[in-house]
Design a protein around this ligand. Structure first.
Ligand code: ATP
Ligand code: MG
Length: 255
């Protein structure tokens, strides 16, 4: 099959997945799950550039993004598409402007979504170089991000909140170790860390969803880190593992 033909069929699969509900009127302003025309074109560019030959299944469809498992040369990957219409300017600008890596960006309602996807890509790359366990970032274009897939042929790795029958002492140690590497080696704070944004696969954790992660020089970095530590401690406390958030916070920041 020629590559044009296969990318066309990938696009068809995507359209038929139900995310493009008003596919007959793509110029219209979009609501709910529907993508706008710019997003459709961006997805098409990613399909061509990265040889995506199949949209396998949707993994998650949230308020601000849609995540699909796709196949590229038979390898499973993940495409995360930020929704142009619902990614909130007010929720995102603070995480961009306070971060010296992005503070020179001129923000408007359209490009903030593109910057957000690029920021997630940059954060994944910097975390990965620092030894943090995250999906491998493979590329981005406009509001579309491509990364490695964590999970089996049939189902994506579960979020930590759905995991039973595991050694939560070991998992806690792994989460803390990754938070330390993120802070000390990458110089970053996740800023939305919880049992929702950690996947568990073959006894290993993977930290995901890093669009909002900021440099430790961000004026709010320590507030974000405290919130992350509190989320993590309260999750593990429900699993019977009681840790003092103040001590954990200090152990990350002071070493
Ligand atoms: N690389 C991946 N491999 C497997 N599953 C993934 C991957 N990335 C994301 N997911 C799944 O998709 C879900 C949503 O992804 P993510 O947390 O990055 O987006 P989100 O910003 O929380 O989405 P929303 O705001 O729309 O809820 C994750 O909770 C996870 O279940
Ligand atoms: Mg998430």
């Amino acid at each position: 099959m020629s590559s044009t033909k296969s990318s066309e069929s990938a696009l068809k699969t995507l359209i038929e997945s139900g995310e493009f509900l008003n596919k007959f009127n793509l110029d219209r302003k979009t609501y709910g799950l529907v993508f706008d025309k710019r997003t459709l074109i961006a997805v098409y560019e990613v399909i061509k550039k990265y040889n995506i030959d199949m949209f396998d299944f949707p993994i998650s469809s949230g308020k601000e993004s849609v995540v699909f498992r796709v196949l590229s040369n038979r390898k499973p990957l993940v495409i995360k598409i930020y929704k142009m219409s619902t990614l909130k300017f007010s929720n995102t600008s603070d995480y961009i402007l306070g971060d010296y890596r992005f503070e020179r960006e001129k923000l408007n309602r359209v490009n903030i979504v593109y910057i957000w996807a690029r920021k997630e890509y940059t954060n994944l790359s910097e975390m990965r170089s620092a030894g943090v366990s995250v999906p491998r970032p493979l590329g981005f274009y406009k509001n579309v991000l491509l990364m490695s897939y964590i999970g089996t042929k049939k189902s994506p790795a579960p979020q930590l909140r759905y995991v039973d029958n595991a050694d939560f002492n070991d998992i806690f140690d792994a989460v803390l170790d990754n938070m330390k590497k993120m802070y000390r080696n990458a110089g970053l704070v996740h800023a939305d860390l919880s049992d929702y944004n950690i996947l568990y696969y073959r006894r290993k954790i993977y930290i995901i969803d890093t669009g909002q992660s900021v440099s430790i020089k961000h004026p709010m970095a320590h507030d974000f880190l405290k919130r992350d530590v509190n989320n993590i401690c309260s999750f593990f406390s429900r699993k019977g593992i009681k840790k003092d958030p103040d001590i954990i916070f200090k152990s990350i920041v002071d070493g």
